[in-house]
Ligand binder design. Structure first.
Ligand SMILES: *Cc1c(COP(=O)(O)O)cnc(C)c1O
Length: 373
């Protein structure tokens, strides 16, 4: 049996045309027409004024922090329930993440806990420099509540929409909230450029600065003149060509991901101890990955059994993200906790959700899951 992946790259068909153009015009470089066109596609789709195509989502978060002036010793409020790429760049800057736990209905940053954390940090004499809020598995965080708190305390927001392209909150596309937003086009994301990311903002200065910093911060001179430290973070014109093709099928991908979620949900509805995450009011998820919670007394054990049985049948599944406050590398970090993300990690599983999965793969996966209950 061929391996079934969690979410593998799914080309739309026109990607090669844009790559071909890059070869024919010899723009085999981090400069070229595909880059500007891809940036334009991203801005248009999300409703942002400006975009910078970069080598990764992690690089985009790093530049966002630099642009907001986060430096050594600063504190940044950050979702704990996420992938390490969200918070590693805080440490690149010599700053400290302050983790905030999840709420039950979206699994994303709990607004009330965020408020408590900010008030507590201010009381100890430190105004947080930024807030990084994540939309996990494509489910939107409660952006109206979070933005209100951010404004109240005058703290800028970086929206980590790496998993959220195609989703929306209150009718507004993810990737358009906060001061700066980031996207990822890594191989397993809803669309991919093999590897890549983007920084989005309505502030032109921010995006101009991102492009400057991403190309080694070269000043305007005939020779190479530098008055600040730069990075090599620009996306290549080849990868941007893949991105242009992928943008043409993004809506189809979202539709298919949502169908896969519904399929699992319907077929497993008679299993008592499996719970799905439904969409709260105002939330439209892209269902990047279908996730389940295995409830009941032995939930954690049964969840492991499901994963192992699937793996023995060459089907990939994966526990939910291990919260950052539980990671050895962030042991000493401050965290405002309510136990929710830890519990989700213990009993949660991501099911194979590739938009290129065939019905037969879904049926086989579902039959094996049922065997465990
Ligand atoms: C993938 C991901 C990132 C990092 O993106 P890369 O392109 O892999 O660097 C950041 N945050 C979240 C939530 C992600 O899923």
């Amino acid at each position: 049996m061929e391996r079934v992946y969690l979410s593998s790259p799914h080309m739309g068909g026109t990607e090669l045309k844009y790559i071909q153009e890059a070869f024919e015009s010899n723009w085999i470089s981090p400069v070229g027409p595909n880059i500007a066109a891809f940036e334009n596609d991203l801005a248009l789709y999300t409703g942002r004024a400006h975009a910078a195509a970069l080598t990764s989502g992690t690089a985009a978060i790093h530049l966002a922090l630099i642009i907001l002036g986060v430096t050594a010793g600063d504190e940044v409020m950050c979702s704990s329930f996420t992938f390490a790429g969200t918070c590693n760049p805080i440490v690149y800057q010599g700053a400290h993440p302050v983790f905030v736990d999840s709420e039950e209905d979206t699994w994303n940053m709990d607004p009330e806990l965020l408020r408590k954390g900010i008030e507590d940090r201010i009381k100890s004499g430190k105004q947080p420099k930024a807030i990084i809020v994540v939309h996990l598995y494509g489910m939107p965080a409660k952006m109206d509540l979070i933005m209100n708190i951010a404004r109240e305390f005058d703290i800028p927001v970086i929206e980590d929409a790496a998993e959220g392209l195609g989703a929306s909150y209150n009718g507004q596309k993810l990737g358009s909230f906060g001061d700066l937003s980031i996207l990822s086009f890594n191989g397993n994301k809803i669309i991919t450029t093999s590897g890549g990311g983007a920084l989005l903002s309505d502030n032109k200065e921010y995006i101009d600065k991102a492009k400057f910093l991403a190309t080694q911060a070269r000043d305007n001179a005939p020779h190479y003149e530098h008055s600040s430290i730069g990075y090599n973070y620009r996306l290549s014109n080849i990868s941007a060509g893949i991105g242009r093709g992928q943008m043409e099928v993004l809506e189809q991908r979202v539709k298919r991901k949502r169908e896969i979620f519904e399929y699992y949900k319907n077929e497993l509805s008679d299993v008592d101890n499996i719970q799905f995450l439904s969409e709260p009011e105002k939330c439209f998820s892209n269902r990047w990955l279908t996730t389940i919670l295995v409830t009941g007394e032995n939930g954690e054990k049964v969840k492991d059994n499901v994963r192992i049985l699937l793996e023995n049948n060459n089907i990939e599944s994966r526990p939910l993200w291990k919260p950052m406050h539980m990671q050895p590398v962030f042991q000493g970090s401050k965290a405002y906790l309510n136990g929710i993300s830890q519990k989700l990690f213990e009993i949660g599983l991501c099911l194979p959700s590739g938009s290129n999965m065939i019905e037969e793969d879904l049926v086989r996966t579902i039959d094996l899951i049922k065997e465990c209950f």
